[in-house]
Write a protein that binds this ligand. Structure first.
Ligand SMILES: [Zn+2]
Length: 325
């Protein structure tokens, strides 16, 4: 048997902070429930992940989740370390810790004056989505249903993008509706990324990206994190679960983005602990199986390394400014 190719992973989206308290699991104890814990991160060689704060529609929600976030990351038994700058990735490796990057999945709870954005930066916020499935004072989400109110970025939203990018926070376009996406594209001075979205021309789901959006992210030197949610991978029945789905559904997405854009645009944003995933990716310990599959299918070691962590790392290098904080 060929040894498993255990490439390091930087996972662009996990909802463990939201899910774990509901499951009543303990991060330091290996579990069969959910998708992420210290032991399974080790097996999957997940070096770091964007641990999302959700919900984000009010400051109160954000504060409540931040409390859980810091309790999780600061508990020594959990083997985690907060990543705030590029040097921290190396530091975490040498301390044999797993990296946790603070991410807000939506900006609704941030005030008009953006004071809380600047404070959140000091707390280590490094990546920011502008909306979730809702509408807020900055932007509108892809799943917001009322067409009468479908808008792009507001003026406040434009200010938010500019301020976040000047601080060194990476803008995540994953949940945006199309008008908001194209407004971000217009105003963004830095690379943008879609932390957890797939290609819509393969799976027709509003959370997936059109080919034009994929090209736009490529043009901005950003990345698209392949989402393992079955609903976003199911080409025959978009939105529906099929636990028997194989790695080929992931490969089809990677192939398409590499064709429309290039291989430097492909990353990983599992949505683990936030979505139902196929049995072949039942949790983060399964990453080596995915890399093995891609290698057997002809992907080079260099290309798999780009997908597993190097592309996303490049975006952080290009967008995180103040390396000392
Ligand atoms: Zn999401």
């Amino acid at each position: 048997m060929i040894a498993k190719r255990n490439f390091p992973v930087i996972d662009g989206h996990v909802d463990t902070v939201y899910k774990m308290p509901k499951d009543k699991r303990i991060f330091s104890e290996q579990s069969e429930i959910g998708h992420y814990d210290l032991s399974r991160m080790k097996t999957g060689n997940v070096q770091a992940a964007l641990f999302a704060i959700y919900p984000t529609s009010s400051l109160n929600y954000i504060l409540k989740s931040l409390d859980i976030w810091f309790k999780l990351v600061m508990n020594r038994e959990n083997g985690l370390m907060q990543i705030k700058n590029l040097n921290d990735f190396q530091k975490a490796l040498s301390l044999e810790k797993k990296g946790a990057i603070l991410h807000f999945e939506g900006a609704g709870g941030i005030d008009n004056n953006l004071r809380f954005l600047r404070i959140a930066y000091q707390l280590g916020l490094r990546t920011l989505g502008l909306s979730w499935a809702n509408i807020n004072k900055f932007a509108t989400g892809a799943m917001f249903k009322d067409p009468q109110k479908e808008t792009g970025l507001t003026n406040k939203g434009r200010e938010l993008v500019a301020e976040a990018q000047s601080l060194g926070i990476t803008i995540d376009v994953s949940h945006l509706n199309e008008p908001s996406f194209w407004d971000v594209y217009e105003v963004a001075q830095q690379p943008i990324f879609a932390s957890h979205s797939n290609a819509r021309s393969i799976v027709d789901h509003p959370r997936n990206l059109t080919d034009d959006q994929i090209k736009a992210i490529y043009e901005k030197k950003g990345t698209i994190g392949i989402n393992f949610s079955m609903g976003f991978l199911n080409a025959e029945k978009p939105g529906e679960d099929n636990y028997e789905m194989g790695f080929d559904a992931i490969k089809t997405q990677i192939d398409h983005i590499a064709k429309i854009a290039d291989i430097n645009t492909v990353a990983i944003g599992s949505d683990f602990d936030g979505a139902n995933t196929p049995n072949c990716l039942k949790d983060c310990s399964k990453y080596p199986d995915l890399w093995n599959y891609l290698f057997e299918e002809g992907y080079s070691v260099q290309d798999i390394e780009k997908i597993s962590h190097k592309n996303l790392m490049r975006v952080f290098k290009d967008t995180w400014k103040h390396n000392s904080i």
